[in-house]
Write a protein that binds this ligand. Sequence first.
Ligand SMILES: NC(=O)c1ccc[n+]([C@@H]2O[C@H](COP(=O)([O-])OP(=O)(O)OC[C@H]3O[C@@H](n4cnc5c(N)ncnc54)[C@H](OP(=O)(O)O)[C@@H]3O)[C@@H](O)[C@H]2O)c1
Length: 248
Amino acid sequence: MHFLAVLGRARFPGMTTTLITGANRGLGLETARLVEVGHTVYLGARDARRGEEAAGRVGAHPLLIDVTGDASVQAAAKLVRDQVGHLDVLVNNAGIIGPVRPAGQITAADMLTVYDTNVFGVVRVMHAFLPLLQAGPAPVVVNVSSGLGSLAVTADPESHASVVPVWVPGLAYNSGKAALNMVTAQYARAYPAVRINAVDPGHTATDFNGHTGAQSVEEGAEIIVRMAVLGPDGPTGGFFAAGGPVPW
Ligand SMILES: NC(=O)c1ccc[n+]([C@@H]2O[C@H](COP(=O)([O-])OP(=O)(O)OC[C@H]3O[C@@H](n4cnc5c(N)ncnc54)[C@H](OP(=O)(O)O)[C@@H]3O)[C@@H](O)[C@H]2O)c1
């Protein structure tokens, strides 16, 4: 389904407040097109100038938020609380690939750097924004993971082609996304009133991979948007790609 087709499913056009982290470029910026169906989008960026430029391009509100900084995340939550009082949709999208080297050359410091953004960053943002999500009528969280974080796929090389066509090894990135998947599942169990899912956008042409991805950002963002506009009866605690559930 084309990206724009799912936009029509937005639940409360004109009334939905959405925060997307790492949204000044790539998949996050494309997801910010939720403004086109009436979402009030806070476009999260860790650099004020980049955030303002990107927000201006799509009609979103720039929000300074570096997911590796407690003070930055708390200040962002305070701003949304003061301006809106609640948050309807949170898209935890900010992510880094980290060092791409053979496993034996990855250090604990490398792992900490990648986890600080891709795993602990999500926990920082959830900790700060869960009270705001719970203050809304039908809260939704989308954690942007990767099929590379699937233990099932990693353990079964024959499934690589069908689930993750471009499977690459990666001690820090892949294990961090596996951790994010469990973080997602744990939050979903702890907060049954919130729709909390992980998604795999698929190999998408962005700066992240030097634009080698096979998909456009429109195609990659489709599953992010689809899970961001879930109604209160939608699934929670799942892991989804455009083609359906991804094995954990
Ligand atoms: N592209 C793919 O093929 C693919 C596949 C599967 C999953 N994903 C996931 O999709 C998400 C988005 O990836 P992308 O391809 O759009 O990557 P991208 O083009 O490199 O964009 C990453 C975004 O994250 C931001 N970011 C990085 N560290 C941050 C921090 N500490 N605080 C706040 N923002 C931060 C970046 O901000 P700056 O501009 O300031 O650096 C940028 O806006 C990531 O979680 C990635 O793991 C991507």
